[in-house]
Structure formats: C-alpha cells, structure tokens
Design a protein around this ligand. Structure first.
Ligand code: SAH
Length: 260
C-alpha cells in the first residue's frame, strides 16, 4: 500500500517537434495519449488538437513559464500530467525551469523528459546538410540572458568558423539583435558564407530563403520570432545540382580521406 504522501501521478515534459504531427516521436504521441492533463501554451496545444479529446487541457500564456511549471508539478502529485513544449523541451524550453522548481520545492515525482526534434535539426533538414560536423546554437533573446553575454558568445563561436544556428533571431521588442549578430559574423567570415532563413519549418506556412552573409541584409524582413537562421561556417558552401541552388553543405571531411 502506498503511503498517503506518495505521489500517485507523474509528470512528462514532452518535446513535440517543430510543428507537424509527422515530426513528433512515437514516444511523445504515446505519453500524451496516456496523460490525463495536458498543459502548454496555445500554439502547441492547437497543433495537438485531435490528440486532446477527453483530456483536461490547461492553456498557459507565453512569459508565464514559472507559473506553468509550478502548476504542472502540483497537479502531477495526483494525476498523470504531460507538459508540452515546442521542438525539444530541453532546448530553450520548459524542462530546465521544471527541474529547477522541483529542486527548489524538494519534490520527488515520477518524471520523464521526452526528447523532440529541435528547430536547429528541423531547419537544417529543409536546406540540405549545413550542420554535418561541429556547430553552435545561440539564442538572440535577451529576456533571460544579458545582451553583452550573448555578444560575447557570438564573437567566440563565429571566430572559430563553425556553423551557427540562431534561435529567437528577432522579435518586436528586440529588432536589432539580428543585425548585430550579422555584423559580428562578418568580422570573421567571408561575404560568400551561405545563410539559410527558415521560417515555420514543417508548418503550413513554411518559408525558406538561401542567401549569403554579404546579402542577408536584403532579407531582414523575412526574419521574425518564428524563424531559425543558420549561418554557415568557414567550410560551408551552397549546394548546387547543375545551376539550381538546392541548399547548403558543410562537408564533414570525407574529401580529405577518400576519392569520390
Ligand atoms: N524548444 C524549441 C525552441 C524554443 S525557442 C526547440 O527546441 O525548437 C523559440 C525559437 O525556436 C523561435 O524563435 C525560432 O527561432 C525557433 N523555432 C521553433 N520552432 C520553429 C519552426 N517550426 N521553424 C523555425 N524556427 C523555429
């Protein structure tokens, strides 16, 4: 017999991928199906609509992440709760804050973190193979990280010539962070370095632009908070079949070892 204090519920923090059902993992679908309560923000819940029938759905708004984490933990003492988060919940998502609150409140509950396809992988897959080797991921959102820290990180990663994926590249509150990041990139990389702007990957209004570091300023209006930008590294190049631009390749190094 479990003691009365023992939790009867559970909490799953579920990464639901970039935006289409096809890109969700089998485990994510199974965990959501098995949950009694689903908690998340509107965009993600809308994506899941048919899976939510008969469940208690709690809609939370952006910017209320700490409150959402506390609610989910409280409910998961008694019920099976799935907290959904876009892409991977551990990449600029809800997993971290939930773990921090659990630690702070000293609560032990059965917990599962379900990985999902993050925007970097989703965007890369739409434009060839730009992230074939080492790469870095930087968020340009200065809501939780000071801008001077972000700039320092950008200087570091661009200076070593690896591809860089920019999350949260632009929003109304911080329209200049993106142009600032491009200026830093141009200190270290040539103007021919390929750049991919991928908006709403795997959603119905997906938009893809392949350009270069020298030309990206002519595409600034395509960059917003639904966009992931991939800036190639020193070895990245445009991938062409005949005359057609197909995407971006960052060679992994096979050409140094094999003849093909
Ligand atoms: N946890 C999410 C990231 C949340 S931060 C993940 O793992 O993907 C939000 C940022 O993610 C957006 O500003 C954008 O840069 C990126 N993003 C999320 N979904 C995207 C999509 N479908 N297409 C392009 N970028 C996306």
């Amino acid at each position: 017999m479990p003691s009365p204090a023992e939790p009867k519920g559970s909490l799953a923090i579920v990464g639901i991928g970039p935006g289409s059902r096809d890109q969700m993992t089998a485990r994510a679908l199974k965990v959501i199906a098995g949950s009694e309560i689903v908690i998340g923000n509107d965009t993600y819940l809308d994506q899941l609509e048919p899976l939510l029938m008969g469940k208690n759905v709690i809609r939370s708004s952006m910017g209320k992440e700490v409150e959402r984490a506390k609610t989910a933990i409280k409910l998961s003492l008694k019920r099976h709760v799935a907290m959904v988060s876009g892409g991977d919940a551990g990449v600029y998502g809800m997993a971290g804050i939930v773990l921090e609150v659990l630690e702070h409140e000293n609560v032990t509950i059965p917990l599962e973190i379900v990985p999902g396809v993050t925007a970097a992988n989703a965007a890369a897959s739409r434009v060839g193979s730009p992230l074939s080797g080492d790469f870095a991921v930087i968020s340009l959102s200065d809501l939780l990280t000071p801008l001077n820290v972000i700039e320092k990180r950008l200087e570091s990663v661009f200076s070593i010539g690896i591809p860089v994926v920019l999350y949260n590249p632009k929003s109304r509150g911080r329209p200049h962070n993106f142009s600032g990041a491009i200026s830093i990139a141009r200190k270290y990389l040539s103007d021919t370095t390929p750049v991919a702007i991928v908006r709403n990957a795997y959603r119905h209004d997906e938009g893809i632009t392949i350009t270069t570091l020298g030309d990206v300023e002519n595409h600034y209006e395509k960059v917003d908070m639904h966009t992931t930008v991939i800036i190639g590294g020193a070895e990245s190049r445009i991938w062409r079949i005949g005359q057609d631009v197909k995407g971006i390749i960052t060679p992994r190094g096979y050409h140094r070892k094999y003849v093909y």
